[in-house]
Design a protein around this ligand. Sequence first.
Ligand SMILES: [Zn+2]
Length: 284
Amino acid sequence: MIPHVRRVTALCALTAALAACGSTRTAQAPRPAPSATSAAPSPAPPRAPTVAPGPGGLTPVFAHGPRTRGKTVALTFDADMTADQGPRAAAGERFDNPPLIATLRRLRVPATVFMTGRWAEEYPDQARSIGRDPGFEVANHSYSHYAFTDDCYGLPTVPRERMRSDVERAYAAFRKAGVPDPKPYFRFPGGCYDRAALRELAAAGVTAVQWDVVSGDAFATDADAVARQVLEGVRPGSVVVLHCTRSAAPVTERAVRTIVPGLRREGFRFVKVSELIGAANGQR
Ligand SMILES: [Zn+2]
């Protein structure tokens, strides 16, 4: 395991797309979704703004909001837990980050949490608490946190025929945990997607949400460096990717305590992804 962990960590340090770095596991077939989950109705709630589908009905991709409609910024937190990390959680590894959520509440920062279904199963009380808090919105980061393309930071791959059910299984996990209104936004594990994945998810009715600012918080040990990278990278309408998992992103809460007042000093207002998408649609 250790050489593999080092390899993945090195990759994380060298690459921009850090969202996958919580996983250090080798390939393993994902479990199929239960049939009841596959038969679940479309998860899209009625009032969340979405981006219109792409050509041929492809799943739309959103990376940032308008640059010219005010200084808004969306902090997004990926609550990563991979389908095969249950034994690690049972052994004491913490994939949650309650102090981070508490800090966001204390600082009154609206935020979007991209949660894996496996995370909601492990931490149902936290999932429900975040989901019921009007300051947050819960979005989908897959059930398994397996990759939707080949060659995605060493993550195992979801077979194409199970991509949609993996997304729907996460919504089922959110409902079971008591999240009342998960949004129809989906973040690909590792941010890895291709045309085939966008086609497979078209029927799920989700908008894929990427980002334009990488915080670099995965495996970071220097909170100030993370904060600096965000403060230097944010522009009006930016979507910032951070993580809500102490295991793989231990300094995020400290970084947020610098990022939030720093951006507020520059005149930025924190919004959820839904507000950026609404602004992009002219629905303000
Ligand atoms: Zn992730």
